[in-house]
Design a protein around this ligand. Structure first.
Ligand SMILES: Cc1cc2nc3c(=O)[nH]c(=O)nc-3n(C[C@H](O)[C@H](O)[C@H](O)COP(=O)(O)OP(=O)(O)OC[C@H]3O[C@@H](n4cnc5c(N)ncnc54)[C@H](O)[C@@H]3O)c2cc1C
Length: 465
């Protein structure tokens, strides 16, 4: 697959070249990532007039917020966007960054969505009395004001890079980058690197630096891990057969709490392998517990770390082994002929107690913050959020009629925020879009006999093609 160097040119007109300002659409999708495109595919399929507004270009997050050696953690066969399942020659492999962008570009090319790039939605508001008939929402954008009957918010969950206030106490000569800004070891000043966070990004970036010969210090957290392969197959293949990816949030033992779970660390790099932090430590990486604080000193700064390293490593291994237990049970129950495999034996044990790093003494000139992102939708000015700022919804259908979200992790199942099952969620939401439009259509049919109802403006006219 090839990938264009630049994103598509920006435009403030629709596909026909007409200006957007003042336009009305039955549905407006905000965000042109995989969730927005999957939604557009289903809207097209169901014949619903719509437009997708994207502030950057196709594949923006993959292109601009991932490191050079980035590749999917999920296998290619799990890339199953609606109407466009992965069809390359490496279904068991893991697409690298440029291939992911190319996959998304090819997806858009496959059905030519009404996508307008270079348009930022700065406010989503209830429509006013001046807005056209059928408008529930008004969208203020960098291309003018539009109205919509219904709106799907598909702007992902990763809005603001998380950097703790303790970062303010790092000396000015220590370079700080968030995982979304990290590209490669050469980008960083020479010397040792402190990576903070051992989730999927932190573990993979620590490995990237370690393989490049950098001295890496890793402040671990409580993320679990999973083995890449077990008993002859990728663990995801077993979990797929076991129905793990079909389990909806309302039947999950943790309920909606599962949405706060950390992702398991593992990698698809080089065909895929485990990430075993103990092996890194054996080979020279320095591991610590979680970062507690940064204290300024006359010579620079001292980073204080918790005494939870042993717990973090043990728990990550326990989760990985418990997944294998489940796979063993499945194999036994179904009489599957699968090769036996020895269980994991810890390769290294940490010393107990809290840690402390004097940055100058260790030659650490860079800190990579890999502790995630926060979500924030300040431009959505509708009463759809609960106290913590998360949208209240049932499988993407919010409490405000005609407003939907797609693409959030565990929106419905494990794959909702991934390539795996964003498609079925998008279909579900589009069905709700149609269901909301349908009563109005029915009412309009009745309006032939009661024209005063139509004129009263109380009936919203659906604009489905
Ligand atoms: C480090 C990392 C690794 C991941 N690895 C995998 C993996 O291996 N497999 C997997 O399946 N998933 C993975 N994911 C999860 C998921 O697939 C990606 O996060 C994916 O980008 C989510 O797609 P999306 O369309 O929901 O959001 P995004 O890709 O973020 O797209 C949202 C779009 O909305 C646009 N937008 C935002 N606000 C506005 C606005 N106000 N107006 C107009 N446009 C706006 C943005 O420009 C963006 O293009 C990973 C995520 C991360 C962060």
């Amino acid at each position: 697959m090839s990938v264009s160097v630049d994103e598509r040119p920006t435009t403030a007109t629709d596909a026909e070249g007409a200006p957007l300002d003042g336009e009305h659409r039955e549905v407006i999708v905000v965000g042109g990532g995989q969730a927005g495109l999957a939604t557009s595919w289903w809207l097209r399929e169901r014949g619903v007039e719509h437009v997708v507004l994207e502030q950057h270009g196709i594949g923006h997050a993959w292109r601009n917020a991932r490191w050079d050696t980035f590749c999917l953690v999920t296998p290619n066969w799990q890339c199953r966007l609606p109407g466009f399942p992965y069809s390359g020659d490496d279904p068991l492999g893991f697409m690298v960054r440029n291939e992911i962008v190319a996959y998304l570009e090819a997806y858009a090319g496959s059905f030519d969505p009404p996508l307008v790039t270079g348009v930022t939605v700065s406010a989503l508001l209830p429509a006013t009395a001046e807005d056209p008939e059928g408008a529930r929402y008004r969208l203020e954008t960098s291309a003018g004001t539009l109205t919509a009957g219904q709106v799907v918010v598909a702007t992902g969950p990763y809005h603001r890079p998380t950097i703790p206030r303790a970062a303010e106490r790092l000396p000015a000569d220590v370079t700080q980058v968030h995982s979304s800004e990290y590209r490669n070891p050469e980008q960083l000043p020479t010397g040792a690197v402190l990576v903070v966070g051992s989730g999927q990004s932190g573990a993979q970036i620590a490995e990237d630096l370690h393989l490049a010969g950098r001295r890496v210090h890793l402040a671990t957290g409580s993320a679990p891990r999973v083995a890449r392969f077990y008993r002859g197959r990728d663990c995801t293949a077993w979990l797929e057969d076991m129905g793990h990816y079909d389990l909806p949030v309302d039947r999950h033992p943790l309920g909606e709490g599962v949405r706060r779970n950390k992702n398991h660390y593992v990698t698809g790099r080089g065909g895929g392998h485990d990430i075993d932090l103990r092996a890194f430590a054996r080979d020279g990486m320095r591991l610590y517990g979680r970062l507690l604080d940064v204290a300024s000193t006359p010579d620079g700064a001292v980073v204080r770390l918790g005494d939870d390293l042993r717990t973090n490593l043990d728990r990550a291994d326990e989760v990985s082994e418990s997944i294998k237990d489940g796979i063993d049970r499945w194999i036994d129950e179904h009489g599957i002929d699968a090769p036996m495999e020895a269980r994991y034996e810890p390769l290294w044990e940490p010393a107990d107690g809290p840690g402390e790093i004097d940055l100058a003494a260790e030659g650490i000139r860079t800190v990579v913050w890999a502790i995630g992102f926060s979500s924030s939708w300040p431009w959505v000015r509708l009463p759809v959020f609960e106290g913590s700022g998360y949208p209240t919804h049932e499988r993407g259908v919010t409490s405000v009629p005609g407003c939907y979200v797609v693409g959030l992790p565990w929106l419905h199942t494990w794959g909702s925020g991934r390539f795996a099952t964003v498609g079925p969620d998008a279909e579900h939401v589009v069905d709700r879009v149609l269901a909301l439009a349908a009563p109005a259509e029915e009412a309009l049919r009745g309006c032939a006999a009661a024209p005063d109802l139509r004129e009263s403006g109380r009936v919203e006219r659906p604009r489905c093609r």
